[in-house]
Design a protein around this ligand. Structure first.
Ligand code: IMP
Length: 175
């Protein structure tokens, strides 16, 4: 039986993205920042964020995964699509859908730091601090959420549910 429960509505997400975008617009106006999204989950957030910021930005994506078909991080980060844009001396903002154990984002931030950007910050829409394994500083955060597996707004469970407009909790019974 499919059990899906809305945790954060489309409307609330929209309001929060608009709020974050206004702050980022102030911060990055005239800096021509490079926004780096982590595939696949961040693509919806990235699309809404840059349009709401409304200033010139460049974007690139990296694909990192540690979950496979499971709901628990394996702890090992697999690199799929690599970064194509040189970042030395650039103002870089990493755009992440959700920070869970923190392992993915720590891996990426360490990798990017070695390439010596002018600045390196993190914007995450959702945070599950109760599950953190390593400490990661989130410079711009949307929502803190409880320890539950969530889908929708680009987030999936085994490639399902990315299309949902709300952020939802999906129960284990889903087949
Ligand atoms: P971390 O390395 O454990 O922080 O996991 C980060 C990545 O795991 C995110 O970019 C998501 O792709 C995925 N992830 C973590 N929690 C969830 C969730 O509740 N639903 C869907 N994907 C998640």
């Amino acid at each position: 039986m499919t059990e899906i429960e809305v945790l954060i509505s489309e409307h609330e997400i929209k309001e929060k993205v608009t709020e974050l975008a206004a702050i980022l617009k102030e911060e990055y106006q005239d800096k021509h920042p490079l926004l780096i999204g982590i595939l696949k989950g961040s693509f919806v957030f990235m699309a809404d964020l840059i349009r709401s910021m409304g200033i010139p930005v460049e974007i690139d994506f990296v694909q990192l995964s540690s979950y496979g078909a499971a709901r628990e991080s394996s702890g090992k980060i697999k690199v799929g699509h690599r970064l194509k844009t040189p970042i030395k001396g650039r103002e870089v903002l990493v755009v992440e859908d959700i920070v869970d154990t923190g392992l993915t984002i720590r891996f990426l931030l360490n990798y990017l730091k070695r390439k010596r950007p002018a600045s390196l910050k993190l914007c995450a829409l959702f945070d599950k601090p109760s599950r953190r394994v390593v400490d990661v500083p989130i410079d711009y955060l949307g929502f803190t959420i409880p320890d539950a597996f969530v889908v929708g707004y680009g987030l999936d469970w085994n490639e399902r549910f990315r299309y949902l407009r709300d952020l939802c909790i999906v129960s284990e019974e889903v087949k």
